[in-house]
Design a protein around this ligand. Structure first.
Ligand SMILES: C=C(O[C@@H]1C=C(C(=O)O)C=C[C@H]1O)C(=O)O
Length: 242
């Protein structure tokens, strides 16, 4: 049988999943690659991967998709790695730069600006122009939140807006995968999540950033019914953006 091509996110938020996968027998059945989130999405869209942990926003670009497993990259409030960093209070922001590695958080920033903060902002793509504010996700945010004038954690802002948790990325395939494989893969993820702090030893340190808190309190890997509801609500807002 051909190996199942799996694309995983290259950030620390996915290390518990990767640890579970690498320790599992599913490792023999997959070709595993790691990419930043927008590239994971593109691989699944282009059918260069069969399954990935892909940004939730990318579901709108897939003609056929299956949400597999009981797990996600999610949060129930502040996530501590998805931010709008700003030079001004959000109510005064006029220009915003998006993060090329993101899809969901870019969309979430725009959804919140329009529907929660009621701001119409101009998106800046020209690298020589400095925007009022920018979206930044993943490990590149570690240690940064105490160095920027105005900081908005998008997990917390979504919660304040909707009262819901959030799922930034889901294990999604572009074709139906064998049930026995999905079950073994789910078991591998469950092991990784149950041992999330095993991945911390040896990671680079950042001032004011706590890996244990990040992996066990800020991130919430369980794809609950409420997170599924949040996904549908978010996709509805996203469709209405343009
Ligand atoms: C919590 C995070 O969730 C992520 C954000 C994503 C996005 O914005 O598209 C996609 C995957 C996750 O890596 C993070 O990257 O910090």
């Amino acid at each position: 049988m051909n190996k199942i091509r799996v694309s995983a996110v290259s950030y620390t938020n996915t290390y518990p999943f990767l640890n579970g996968i690498r320790k599992s027998k599913v490792m023999d059945q997959i070709d595993l690659s790691v990419d930043y989130p927008s590239a994971c999405a593109q691989k699944v869209i282009d059918d260069e991967a069969d399954m990935g942990i892909i940004p939730t926003a990318a579901l709108l670009s897939l003609p056929e998709y299956y949400i597999n497993t009981d797990f996600c990259i999610g949060t129930e409030g502040a996530v501590d790695s998805v931010f709008i960093f700003s030079n001004k209070p959000i109510t005064e922001v006029e220009t915003l730069r998006l993060d090329k590695q993101s899809r969901t958080s870019n969309g979430l920033a725009r959804v919140l600006l329009k529907n929660y903060w009621k701001r119409e902002v101009q998106l800046i793509t020209d690298d020589s122009v400095e925007p009022d504010a920018y979206v930044l996700i993943g490990d590149r945010t570690f240690g940064k939140k105490n160095t920027v004038p105005y900081v908005y954690d998008l997990g917390k802002e979504w919660f304040d807006f909707t009262g819901l948790p959030f799922a930034f990325a889901l294990w999604v395939s572009n074709k139906k995968l064998p049930e026995s494989f999905v079950k073994d893969f789910n078991d591998a993820l469950a092991y990784g999540v149950a041992h999330a702090t095993d991945v911390i030893a040896g990671l680079p340190e950042f001032e004011g950033f706590d890996y244990t808190k990040y992996l066990t309190a800020h991130l919430d890997f369980h794809l609950t019914d409420q997170k599924r509801e949040a996904v549908q609500r978010y996709l509805g807002y996203l469709k209405d953006l343009d």
